[in-house]
Ligand binder design. Sequence first.
Ligand code: FE
Ligand code: FE
Ligand code: ZN
Length: 182
Amino acid sequence: MEKTTKRSNKATMSKTHENDSRLEEFFHDELKDIYWAEKHLVKTLPKMAKAATAQDLKTAITDHLEVTKGHVTRLEQVFESLNQKPQAKKCEAMEGITKEGESIIEDTEDGTSTRDVGIILACQKVEHYEIATYGGLAQLAKTLGYEDAAGILTKTLAEEKEADKGLTELAENTVNEQAHAE
Ligand code: FE
Ligand code: FE
Ligand code: ZN
């Protein structure tokens, strides 16, 4: 239905409006992508936590799992603020990053700090993908005049940055040295 309206209006649309709707569609598609990614992480992070050895790392991942569930809810609020039904579309990038995480686990020995180093690295790749996505989407929301959506996306962006920082600190303070000594 949406498509039909779009098509029939097209002739009367100014160039700017046409570009707007194209950009709008792009924005919605990207929201579906990160929505899939966050829901995928809710399933994947427990496996990462279970595979980790250092208690601090297990805790960091488990804490971020709870935060991630909040990101799913926030995205639902974003969809709602745009009068859209929350919809997920497979994010190839997140699937790839989490698959890489799984092979890191397979390639390292259980109970080693080396595996923990690998898990931190995999988790940081996840966080950086999210930081890039939320940073870009928050800016795009602003451009499109969706202030509420921009505010929500910015909150999540801050939490992804915090998670990334926490992982860097874990690597810095303990895990890397332990792996280096093992
Ligand atoms: Fe997230
Ligand atoms: Fe993606
Ligand atoms: Zn995250």
